[in-house]
Design a protein. Structure first.
Length: 215
């Protein structure tokens, strides 16, 4: 249970709790996690932890606001020296990520080792990141996801469309049959074919008797 509350995967939490590692452990853990009793117990433990911590949304936003409004000027006294930590405003202290102190050593007038100075480095939390979080909270900044399908996908779609159009156009054309001499013939009812200008008795036929020379 403690491992699950710390965010560990359920199987790893079970191993930590003392369950014997076996090929069936995963299925056993999944079965336990589906149990209404186990689910209710975990939910109750999470609620109790939130009550103990007592972190509210307003407090989180207040911390963010302290970082957004931080001014390094308040770290220094009028003479330019770094203020003692208890003299730094609380809002600015919350914006401090860390302080490094480096002692400088040298020799005194007698040639003995002595401390000659102290260098302190104050590091603040990332302000641009705080600005980004503030904009997201206000709904002024949202992620935009772009999908680049690439030329290969575009070409494939174009080719598929062309094949489909070609197939549809071919289906709409009237099929032609060829007869001797290479002249096209049109299908008629009953399966017979008619060749324009070459079949006797056809009103539209052109024959040598019409003054035309035969083939």
């Amino acid at each position: 249970m403690d491992g699950v509350l710390r965010g560990l995967p359920a199987v790893q939490a079970a191993r930590e709790a003392g369950y014997k590692d076996s090929p069936k452990l995963g299925e056993r853990v999944r079965k336990m996690m589906r149990s209404p009793t186990v689910g209710a117990t975990i939910a109750e433990a999470l609620a109790a932890r939130r009550a103990r911590v007592e972190v509210q949304v307003d407090e989180v936003l207040q911390e963010l606001l302290s970082l957004l409004r931080s001014d390094v000027k308040d770290l220094f006294a009028e003479d330019g020296s770094l203020r003692p930590i208890d003299q730094v405003p609380l809002a600015l202290r919350r914006a401090v990520a860390g302080v490094e102190t480096h002692e400088l050593w040298g020799k005194d007038a007698n040639g003995d080792k002595a401390q000659v100075g102290v260098v302190r480095k104050v590091r603040l939390w990332d302000k641009p990141k705080a600005v980004e979080l503030g904009l997201r909270h206000l709904g002024l900044l949202r992620d935009r996801v772009e999908h680049d399908l690439g030329p290969s996908f575009t070409d494939a779609v174009r080719e598929a469309t062309a094949r489909r159009q070609e197939k549809a156009g071919h289906a709409q054309r009237t099929p032609l049959a060829l007869v001797a001499g290479g002249a096209p013939s049109l299908p008629e009812a009953g399966g017979a074919t008619r060749t324009p200008g070459f079949v006797a008795g056809d009103p539209g036929a052109r024959t040598p008797s019409d003054g035309q020379e035969g083939p």
